[in-house]
Design a protein around this ligand. Structure first.
Ligand code: ADP
Length: 459
């Protein structure tokens, strides 16, 4: 059954109330019925005891001694709910009866447990009856049967039942409309959320869902959706910024290239001039391809669909490999590199990510160090983590720039050192790679004094 949320709430509410009301009405009906029978039974018992005292025993014959008075009373009074009395002998044969029974006889039930009340019929009319033994000297001489008409009680019960059924149906239909109305009111905030989220497109991402008045579950839902929208907006903004930075970063060397080539063909040049310009252009092209390469790498790290090689490598071997690759720069700058491994055990890390992290940080340490300075690489471990500390005595980073160095294309004091090339993508790549393997990078740096990068790998 495909019901709307509103109708579903109304239906559940109705079913619950219908069950409760049905139970209450049922209890009311049975309490009334029982108390009615109780009263009838009390009256019957009273009448039976009263008339038991009006009997006279003559041998085996039992009769009423005041029958004449009785008959007279009956002529005088109109009995609303008359009590019928009958005397039967030990075999159930009628010996005497109250005048109001006329030609009729109350049914005798010998199998019936004596003294108990039961329902039976007198000429198709429902009656309630009691049958008491009449005893003399411990011997049952006969029975006193008392009965009272059940018709008025049955009528009352029937009326009560009809009233309860009609009011039950009425109540259910009123309840249906009330619960639909209430359910409709209580889901207004949900409708607001749907309307707002339907309205939001990439052009009005700054719109937010209005928060409901009360701090309930719908308030939490609205806040959750607003936070999600904020995250989406931030991500799209970052993407926009990245695209504009990337195109700017590629446009600048392209413009330089074009300028140089235009100048070059304006008039004939010497062989040496051609070689110098072409060398310059080639180095610009190399820089551009490096940037494109790194941009592609970043995009690959961003997309979770990319299946990255899970190959592992020993941390010790990895650092030695990286140092070997940069040996040329180390030698040119005459740097002193101290590598100290304080971990006894062999630490294996995902090769792809660990290389990206450590290669970028170590190559920065080399790049931003001055001639003859020292770079220290120390490996140490705690219970759960392995730390790799890379410390240099290079140009350092301004404290206000430290929070930004992991942003795409951000370059700090490097810009004041024109000879140090770069594009501001290395640490972004390192950071993204660290996130992929739940590693963390900590930076401490002082301008002019040097920097410390500590990478925390989980064991
Ligand atoms: P870049 O290509 O400019 O080196 P990175 O993303 O690797 O880009 O680094 C971002 C910026 O952080 C650098 O431009 C530089 O200003 C600063 N930086 C990174 N590492 C160091 C370091 N070891 N010493 C000084 N500055 C650093």
């Amino acid at each position: 059954m495909n019901l709307s949320f509103r109708n579903r709430i109304a239906l559940y509410y109705m079913i619950a109330t219908a069950i409760i009301v049905a139970i209450i009405f049922g209890v009311v009906y049975f309490v009334v019925k029982n108390s009615m029978y109780d009263n009838l039974d009390k009256d019957l018992s009273f009448e039976a005891s009263k008339h038991a005292g009006e009997l006279q025993l003559q041998g085996d014959k039992i009769t009423f001694f005041n029958k004449a008075e009785w008959e007279e009373n009956e002529h005088r009074e109109i009995q609303i709910n008359p009590v019928f009395i009958q005397i039967a002998d030990a075999n159930g044969k009628t010996m005497d009866k109250s005048p109001n029974l006329k030609n009729d006889e109350l049914p005798f039930k010998d199998a019936q447990s004596y003294g108990l009340h039961f329902n039976t019929f007198l000429k198709d009319k429902a009656i309630r009856q009691i049958q008491k033994p009449i005893q003399s000297n411990g011997e049952t001489k006969g029975y006193l049967i008392a009965a009272i008409s059940l018709e008025p009680s049955i009528m009352v019960l029937l009326n009560l039942r009809n009233i309860l059924i009609i009011s039950y149906l009425l109540l259910l239909s009123v309840l249906y409309f009330i619960s639909r109305y209430l359910a409709g009111r209580s889901i207004i905030p949900v409708k607001n959320i749907t309307n707002t989220t339907n309205r939001i497109t990439k052009n009005n991402l700054n719109e937010r869902v209005a928060l409901p008045e009360y701090q309930d579950e719908l308030y939490d839902l609205s806040t959750g959706i607003n936070k999600l929208l904020q995250r989406i907006e931030n991500a799209i903004e970052r993407e926009r910024q990245f695209t504009s930075d990337a195109s700017h970063e590629l446009r600048t060397p392209l413009a330089t290239l074009r300028g140089n080539l235009e100048v070059l063909i304006r008039k004939p040049r010497t062989q040496q001039e051609y070689e110098e310009k072409i060398d310059y252009c080639l180095s610009e092209i190399d820089t551009m391809s490096d940037t494109i390469e790194q941009l592609l790498l970043l995009a690959r790290l961003d997309s979770s669909q990319e299946q990255i090689n899970e190959e592992q490598i020993s941390l010790n071997i990895l650092i030695n490999d990286i140092l070997k690759q940069h040996q040329n720069d180390i030698t040119i700058k005459n740097l002193r590199v101290i590598f100290e491994n304080k971990i006894r055990e062999n630490i294996e890390l995902p090769k792809y990510y660990a290389t990206l992290i450590l290669d970028n940080i170590i190559s920065n340490a080399i790049k931003y160090s001055k001639n003859k300075q020292t770079i220290q690489i120390i490996l140490y471990a705690s219970k759960r983590q392995v730390m790799c500390k890379i410390q240099d005595e290079g140009i350092g980073i301004k404290s206000e720039d430290i929070p930004n160095i992991f942003n795409h294309f951000f370059r700090s004091d490097a810009l004041n050192h024109k000879s140090i090339t770069g594009n501001g993508l290395g640490l972004s790549i390192a950071q993204k790679s660290a996130e992929s393997i739940n590693a963390e990078i900590e930076v401490k740096s002082e301008l002019g004094k040097g920097s410390i990068f500590i990478v925390y790998f989980n064991k």
